[in-house]
Write a protein that binds this ligand. Structure first.
Ligand code: PLP
Length: 429
């Protein structure tokens, strides 16, 4: 029987959720007790019981303008009134053309050609396919491995999983099935000449078998929320260029201002050969990712076997998503992010500083609109989340990390509220 009243309705829906709906990395039937969201506006999520939570997660890095932004709502409605989707084989449309052109204009120099697909993981698959196809087309089929540093996260489909942190990471379940890649230790926060030399040396030793190096620039996200010195990106650029290896930057989490620069790559002034964007691309409204590459990569692929890139998802270039992405880019172009992100950074630093040295806290770090408290022990996710919710804040701690990446429209008072929520989650741990 269906839901009967407002309260019974929520309880009944949650029972159905547990019975039928998979959640990330969850068992079936569900054991956890998710919070039922009814609506979201600005930086607030409204739960079915009427509670309002300040969103400290931007729906996993994506909702940079908050929820129900009038410009994004309008772009979506306007495009829905025209055409929600058409196949991209043999057809094209203005939203995709304009978005690809704009992305080519705002990304680091040399990135010209844009593949529009439907999720970050698929965007990374496409990046890897581009690198492998281009190496084959250049007559180097032996270059079939990827190199990366440990501590990374690039998605949940198979090739991306193979370049995530191999030990203790989310994908250790798949050891023995995944392609075996070349790993070097995770990059340190500060500049370390010795590390830079080991990085170069590892890549040089395997140069003949590596198609591409793939990394998240400046911030490693879901693999551990670590920050590293941007100069390692220049080291990677040099060694890859010297050996004909492609450099892939996965900016799915770091793109669009999150780290205080428009792209992570901008901290180092480095242009990769291939770059992946997703998450905040549509301001968190719709699922869309973009993989960009240089003319050199595109020409190699196009001259090779098959004469084109071997990929073509059904929802490629979805017009609704492209239109919302254009509206999001237009908001970003207006420039508010450039002051909002440093303001959030100051608020996070202020609010999280007292947690340095607190019981159980191993490290506190802030970069741009990202604040991280690393504990010296695993966090009880349900307990820590509940403690933050009791403070009116939505957080999603994992492993030993309690962290936030709020929407850019979060004001000072709400940033303070988020840091109070983090303090409550720390205390509950
Ligand atoms: N790459 C990075 C850096 C990510 O942070 C993520 C998602 O967390 C992905 C790739 C995968 O994106 P999606 O979850 O949209 O498949």
């Amino acid at each position: 029987s269906g839901p009967t009243g407002p309260d019974d309705g929520a309880a009944a829906l949650l029972a159905l959720d547990r019975a039928h709906v998979w959640h990330p990395y969850g068992p079936m039937p569900g054991r956890s007790e998710p919070y039922l969201v009814e609506s979201a506006e600005g930086v607030r999520l409204r739960l079915s019981d009427g509670r309002e939570l300040v969103d400290g997660m931007s729906s996993w890095w994506a909702a940079i303008h908050g929820y129900r932004h009038p410009a994004l709502d309008a772009a979506l409605a306007e495009q829905a009134g025209r055409m929600s989707h058409v196949m991209f084989g043999g057809l094209t449309h203005e939203p995709a053309i304009r978005l690809a052109t704009e992305l080519a204009g705002i990304t680091p120099e040399g990135l010209e050609h844009v593949f529009l697909c439907d999720s970050g993981s698929v965007g990374v698959e496409v990046a890897i396919k581009m690198a492998l196809q281009a190496q084959r087309a250049r007559g180097r089929p032996g270059r079939s491995r990827l190199a990366t540093w440990r501590g990374g996260y690039h998605g949940d489909t198979f090739h991306p999983m193979s370049v995530c942190d191999p030990v203790g990471g989310m994908h250790s379940l798949w050891t023995g099935v995944l392609p075996v890649q070349v790993f070097v230790e995770a990059p340190p926060a500060g500049w370390d000449e010795g590390y830079a030399a080991r990085l170069t040396d590892t890549i040089e030793r395997h140069a003949d078998e590596i198609a591409a190096v793939i990394v998240e620039p400046v911030v490693q996200g879901a693999g551990g929320m670590r920050f590293h010195h941007p100069a390692y990106l220049r080291v990677l650029r040099e060694v890859t260029a010297a050996h004909g290896i492609f450099l892939i930057f996965d900016e799915i989490a770091t793109g669009f201002g999150r780290t205080g620069r428009f792209f992570g790559a901008d901290h180092a002034g480095v242009s990769p050969d291939i770059m992946c964007l997703g998450k905040a691309l549509t301001g968190g409204y719709l699922t869309l990712a973009a993989t960009l590459c240089t003319r050199e990569v595109a020409e190699a692929i196009s001259a090779g076997e098959g004469g084109g890139l071997a990929h073509g998802p059904t929802f490629m270039g979805n017009p609704l998503a492209c239109s919302v992405a254009l509206a999001s880019l237009s908001l970003l172009r207006a420039g508010g992010w450039a002051t909002a992100v440093p303001d959030i950074e100051s608020g996070l630093k202020r609010g999280l500083k007292p947690l340095r040295g607190a019981h159980g806290v191993a490290d506190v770090r802030v970069l741009g609109a990202i604040g991280v408290v690393q504990m010296d022990r695993p966090v009880d996710m349900a307990k820590a989340t509940a403690a933050a919710v009791a403070e009116g804040v939505w957080l999603r701690p994992f492993r030993d990390l309690i962290y936030t990446m709020p929407p850019y429209v979060t004001g000072d008072a709400d940033v303070a509220r988020i840091t109070a929520g983090i303090a409550a989650a720390v205390a509950a741990t």
